[in-house]
Ligand binder design. Structure first.
Ligand SMILES: [Mg+2]
Length: 166
């Protein structure tokens, strides 16, 4: 039934792996994990938040990590298994997200979509506004990532029939 479920497109850097925080490493808002030789600060509690979203959404990696997102992250985050991932034909650029629009659009089709990313820009917002299926853009701060508050907001949006109470 996955083909009927709403999609949650999930970025990694700035959503799961935090950066730009002021705290010294021993007071970081997460635990450092070595992935492919690079130390990533994995946000405390973020695996549980993804698992909550996965009860309602088909969660899909939408990150320049592409298939590498499945190498260490499911184990580190305590996910049930690997997630589907999008590929970007070499277009991935750290610090931007417009290159994700095409592959996300293609994967999501006419299904409702929540997109969690720290680099959503005008082109992403324009596309979301034009999309005929319900679309929720969820910007994160790269130093806090996917918080409980954002997770609750996404689940409330789905519960409310993909509408946002103002
Ligand atoms: Mg990012």
């Amino acid at each position: 039934m996955d083909a009927q479920r709403p999609i949650c497109a999930l970025d990694v850097d700035g959503v799961i792996s935090l950066f730009g925080f002021e705290a010294p490493p021993d007071e970081a808002p997460g635990r450092f994990q070595l992935i492919d030789g690079i130390a990533h600060c994995i946000a405390d509690g973020v695996g549980g938040r993804i698992n909550r979203l996965a009860q309602r959404f088909e969660v899909v990696w939408a990150t320049g990590w592409e298939e590498r997102a499945n190498e260490a992250l499911p184990r580190i985050l305590g996910l049930a298994g690997e997630l589907p991932y999008l590929t970007f034909d070499g277009q991935a650029r750290f610090g931007t997200a417009h290159w994700k629009v095409g592959p996300i659009a293609e994967y999501a089709g006419e299904r409702p979509l929540a997109w969690i990313d720290d680099c959503l820009d005008e082109s992403c917002r324009d596309w979301a506004a034009r999309r005929s299926a319900p679309t929720l853009l969820v910007p994160t701060e790269p130093f806090t990532g996917l918080t409980d508050e954002l997770t609750d907001r996404i689940l409330r949006w789905a519960e409310a029939g993909y509408t946002q109470p103002e």
